[in-house]
Write a protein that binds this ligand. Structure first.
Ligand SMILES: [Zn+2]
Length: 843
């Protein structure tokens, strides 16, 4: 946590708010760096499985020192992980992590790509990963990205030869990369791709090894390195005032939702890559050795190189504008080149350099943050030439219908501001993340448009096209339409201009539990996407459920404003589950999406449209006890879930725990990883154990095994040793070992059926050794492994009970898994069975 805060501060210095959409403003040394990159015609692709897998030191080195076009292909968007900074999980976490990767690339100079693979959760072996992912689809996407990007070298983060030694996604990423290396040049492989791209053979594929993969530095020192390249990635860039490893640390510190904020480092550092396929370079410090990365690489490139190398050799940092005529000359020659791949890439780079040396400022900013299809709004356009160069603006167009023709000579430093109308066609697509617009499978996103596959984010809906003339030669420059505004406490902000529906609606909770047959009032929030909106809303419920009223009329005056309407939903008498879905009707058109916004300072604001639905579960659940004390750990939604079934949950501030403060609770539940992240618990544990001794009921959820277990041995009243043991198959069979224990009998009888419908996994970090005082209640195992019996352990202590569980209640309860609710209610009710039996006898 401390590291996290330190880096937050570092981040603020390094990357001010929402830089994502702000135009890059290049200094002379930035222009020179761009020119060096322009003069390097070579591409490197780094491949791994998740956001944060990538070695930012190597990506930064290739991009900033070697000057190569460098990209990271992350097979997944990291949907399956945890979020340290906010509530986003699953697909929404994938959206946040996508943006964090883009933020990292803006710092280290790389580009970002993805496949359609979904990070469905931990898998122990690539066999499982590739089964869930739909291997052919994901392999096809790797092939597609390689064919489009045409990398000379590919570098894998992981070793394709060691399945089972790391996360199955990791090994799979390397296996697919190696397999793709042999397919990309084969026209028979994925032939339909060749309608819009061409075959390509990368020259080499490497594995980015290190001592870590050898178990120790000593082992690595002894290893045969004849097949390895190595180079010093600790180089210093005087023009940036930064070491390569400093840039790398700043880039990986963008992964804030994973707690990757870290200190920067500097100084010499060796990086090793092992050749997997292709020819071994003679110069073992140069990945591009033997590959022509000069302008001579392309036909007609020599003449271009002659001009551009001369500018690089004699660059004027004081007055870069003087290079403009030669740059335009090179641009002209580039347009005649046949090689469409390099022509496209280098034209864009050259356009940016031409704009930068002329001090040209071009911006198109919508007057509103978003608009609807078939809507209309004003866009402010700013054009400014901050040099003495002779530049003529010929036209500005926002779309085929919205063009301003005006031949204007741009006078030095005289700003031109115009307002243009932007008419949005009725069939314009929403700007929501493209991979979430249709329902995919557990392992793969559904994306039908092949041109979107691989792309990091949905392409921006509108661009302004500026037709400019430089010394009589016309060049078109494009800028995305953005939304620029300011906030008193944050300064100038840029965010993407978005296309969103006229109306969205959502039910506040994603899962609603009905613990008995009583009806519940369900608030539904309607949000206006335009002014003067009126219509009506209905709530669709499962067949055996009832809802009233049938429809509710609403009207909202202001775009962006919300109105809450209340439906009463009545569950059936018996157990049942299904979904409720708000359906909004406006002038006969039906709207069924909800809008989720993700808004953090380190990434651009995201608006995501999802099918609006909430799971409803009618449970027959019994429970004892009422007041629960909850000690929050790394953050989970267990308290909200317990409230749904009628418990009163009180958050306990760990610093306030002392003698006599805990007795009032029927049970105390410790949140996930609390002993890992709440340092005070170390000093308060004795009060918690005293509470148990006096008859209390303490339930401790999973903590990660590691350093803490040594420094903090009294997590339980008796010896208990955690391990990294987990059962990842959520459908694995569960055997009840302690059939007569109250935990599986009171007040809810638990059977094997209660383990149906679990999500993502069974549990994690199960203890592997425990004192005989503990009773193991359940047994479960992943395929091919021996049974694990540490998922739920219970021990009497004094007059009370202590429970330790690695079962993933933090995933199951928010997902509305009924068996998990019943088992949790039993854990809370433990100890009450005696009281109830006694009073029954007395009565
Ligand atoms: Zn990973």
């Amino acid at each position: 946590m401390r590291n996290f805060l330190v880096c937050c501060i570092g981040l603020l210095l390094a990357a001010p708010f929402s830089q994502g959409q702000a135009p890059k403003k290049l200094s002379s040394s930035d222009i020179y760096h761009s020119l060096q990159k322009l003069n390097f015609l070579g591409t490197a692709l780094y491949i791994a499985a998740h956001p944060d897998d990538e070695n930012t030191r190597l990506i930064s080195y290739l991009s900033n020192e070697v000057k190569a076009k460098t990209a990271y292909l992350s097979l997944t968007r990291g949907d399956g992980g945890q979020n340290l900074i906010g509530p986003e999980l699953r697909e929404l976490l994938g959206v946040l992590r996508t943006q964090e990767l883009l933020a990292a690339r803006r710092i280290d100079g790389g580009e970002q790509y993805f496949t359609r693979a979904n990070d469905f959760g931990y898998s122990k072996h690539p066999n499982e990963t590739l089964r869930v992912w739909d291997k052919e689809t994901v392999l096809g996407d790797v092939v597609w990205v390689i064919r489009n990007l045409k990398p000379d070298v590919i570098i894998n983060r992981f070793d394709h030869r060691t399945p089972g030694s790391t996360h199955g996604h990791h090994t799979s990423s390397a296996m697919l990369s190696v397999e793709a290396f042999d397919l990309t040049n084969d026209a028979k492989a994925y032939p339909e791709q060749l309608k819009s791209t061409s075959v390509w053979q990368p020259k080499r594929v490497f594995f980015n090894t290190s001592w870590w993969f050898y178990g120790s530095q000593e082992n690595f020192a002894k290893a045969d390195k004849s097949n390895m390249l190595n180079f010093d990635i600790g180089v210093y860039y005087p023009m940036k005032g930064l070491s390569n490893n400093e840039i790398a640390s700043m880039a990986s510190s963008q992964h804030l939702c994973q707690g990757f904020g870290r200190l920067t480092t500097r100084g010499s550092q060796n990086e090793y890559i092992e050749l997997i396929k292709g020819d071994l370079p003679t110069d073992k410090s140069n990945v591009f050795d033997g590959i022509d990365t000069s302008w001579s690489r392309i036909q007609g490139g020599e003449a271009i190189g002659k001009i551009l190398y001369a500018i690089e050799a004699d660059f004027d940092f004081v007055d870069p504008t003087q290079h403009l005529p030669q740059l335009v000359e090179a641009y002209k020659l580039l347009q005649q080149v046949q090689d469409t791949h390099w022509k496209k890439i280098k034209s864009k780079e050259l356009e940016d350099i031409i704009a930068a040396v002329s001090g040209l400022y071009l911006e198109a900013s919508a007057k509103e943050a978003f608009a609807n299809p078939a809507g209309k709004l004003k866009v402010g356009v700013e054009v400014l030439n901050r040099s003495a160069a002779d530049i003529i603006l010929k036209s500005i167009s926002l779309s085929a219908n919205n063009t301003l023709d005006s031949v204007v000579r741009l006078e030095e430093n005289k700003k031109m501001v115009v307002e243009l109308d932007l008419e949005i066609l009725e069939d314009t697509r929403y700007t929501s993340p493209y991979w979430l617009s249709e329902k995919g499978s557990l392992g793969t996103y559904m994306v039908k448009d092949q041109h979107l596959v691989g792309q990091a984010e949905t392409p921006r809906a509108f661009h302004a096209d500026f037709e400019l003339e430089f010394g009589g030669y016309t060049i078109h420059m494009k800028r995305p339409v953005v939304y620029r505004h300011s906030k008193p406490d944050k300064g100038e902000l840029y965010q993407p201009f978005e296309i969103l529906p006229e109306v969205t609606a959502r039910v506040m909770d994603k899962v609603i539990i009905f613990a008995d047959s009583k009806s519940k009032e369900i608030p539904v929030i309607v949000k206006a996407g335009k002014n003067d909106l009126s219509g009506n809303i209905a709530l669709d419920v499962p067949v055996d459920w009832k809802v009233s009223p049938e429809r509710i009329d609403f009207s909202i005056g202001q775009k962006g404003d919300e109105q809450t309407v209340i439906f009463t939903v009545e569950p059936p008498l018996g157990e049942s589950e299904g979904h409720i879905r708000p359906q909004v009707s406006i002038n006969g058109d039906m709207y069924v999406k909800e809008l989720v916004e993700i808004n953090y300072d380190h990434v651009p604001k995201q608006s995501i449209l999802l099918p609006s639905e909430t799971k409803v579960v009618r449970l027959n659940i019994q429970k004892s006890g009422e007041h629960i004390g909850y000690i929050v750990g790394a953050g989970d939604e267990v308290p909200e879930s317990l409230e749904q079934i009628g418990y009163k949950v009180h958050t306990i501030d760990p610093t306030s725990i002392q003698e006599g403060t805990l007795e009032k609770y029927d049970a105390i539940v410790v949140g996930i990883r609390a002993y890992n992240v709440v340092p005070e618990l170390k000093f308060k544990q004795r009060y918690l154990l005293d509470y148990v001794k006096e008859g209390g009921n303490l339930i401790v959820q999973y903590n990660t095994a590691g350093r803490w277990s040594k420094q903090f041995e009294n997590i339980a009243p008796y010896p208990l040793k955690l391990s990294r043991g987990r059962v990842t198959d959520e459908n694995s069979e569960v055997e009840i070992l302690a059939k007569r224990h109250a935990l599986v009998n009171f007040p809810n009888p638990i059977t094997e059926k209660d383990f149906d419908g679990w999500v993502q996994e069974r549990g994690l970090y199960f203890p592997e050794e425990w004192d005989p005082q503990f009773t193991p209640v359940l047994s479960m195992q992943d395929e091919g492994e021996s049974p694990k019996t540490g998922s739920l352990l219970v021990a009497p202590h004094g007059k009370g009970n202590y429970i330790y569980t690695g079962l993933s209640f933090f995933r199951e309860l928010p997902a509305g898994v009924s068996g998990a609710y019943k088992l949790f209610a039993n854990m809370i009710s433990l100890g009450k069975e005696k009281v109830e039996t006694e009073s029954a006898v007395k009565g």
